[in-house]
Design a protein around this ligand. Structure first.
Ligand code: XBP
Ligand code: MG
Length: 251
């Protein structure tokens, strides 16, 4: 039976629902600031979320939906600048308290810390966004590694970010559990050989999570139980370390 040694968390959609009212709004504010008449609606943004990475998402949008767009700058410089504007707007939204942690996240992380279960972050978003979010709610130094954005050559669904965390922490995949929210994230973790629990959100609830060991509405709280969408858990109200250990034992 593999012993549980570490929990590795995705950020966007997992620790907090940051996409609809955070990143998407920040992209639109950046477009306005840059004098662009682009606007990503809630529904349209769902298609763009198939592309991990804000810069990559803008490039995809240009290629697919703005093929006539012209700039006198190098296109990658243009995208990088637009993405910097977006990151500024996103962090302003965080500072205004626009985003809070999802149910059970703080409780499980505090329990893991108390029981010396190692903690890490593996995310596609930019490091400064992770710090801006986490520092509002949790102690950053509880996470041994915060692996984010361009730290690896290929973003999710490539496994690079998870392999990076395993290597830096000298961990074996079988001693870890990953928490994700999307099919891209699940695929990345699975390719790194790590068992994955998915907590869905409005953007990802229709995606294919067949390879997850558990799919939940969220991590739950005793007074606000989760809904189990796929799989079983010994504690049928909320995710705690004992239920995760029994999940690991039952493979
Ligand atoms: C989600 C992403 C990120 C964010 C935008 O990351 O794909 O790109 O949508 O953040 P994850 P940036 O679910 O892996 O946390 O604009 O900083 O990329
Ligand atoms: Mg995510």
């Amino acid at each position: 039976m593999s012993q549980l040694q570490a929990l590795i968390f995705d950020v966007d959609g997992t620790l907090a629902n940051t996409e609809r009212d955070g990143h998407r709004v920040a992209f639109n504010s950046a477009f306005v600031e840059a004098g662009l008449d682009w606007h990503w609606t809630i529904d349209f943004y769902e298609q763009l979320l198939a592309i991990a990475g804000g810069k990559e998402r803008i490039k995809f949008y240009l290629n697919q939906y703005q093929p006539e767009f012209k700039t006198n700058k190098d296109i990658n410089e243009f995208i990088a600048h637009l993405h910097q504007l977006k990151t500024k707007h996103y962090q302003q939204l965080l500072q205004k308290g626009a985003i809070s942690l999802r149910p059970g996240v703080k409780r499980l992380i505090e329990e893991a810390k108390k029981e010396n279960i190692r903690l890490a972050i593996a995310t596609t978003t930019s490091l400064s966004n992770v710090i801006a979010l986490l520092s509002q709610f949790l102690a950053l130094d509880w996470f041994e590694i915060i692996a984010a954005g361009d730290i690896v050559p290929a973003k999710k669904p490539a496994p690079d970010i998870y392999n990076y965390v395993l290597k830096r922490m000298n961990l074996l995949p079988e001693n870890c559990l990953v928490f994700e929210d999307s099919d891209n994230g699940l695929l990345a973790a699975i390719q790194a050989g790590i068992k994955t629990i998915v907590t869905v959100n409005n953007y990802t609830k229709k995606q294919d999570f067949n390879q997850a060991i558990l799919v939940l509405s969220d991590l739950g709280e005793s007074e606000k139980p989760f809904k189990i969408i796929q799989g079983n858990l010994s504690n049928n109200n909320y995710v705690d370390l004992d239920s995760l250990r029994s999940l690991m034992a039952n493979g």
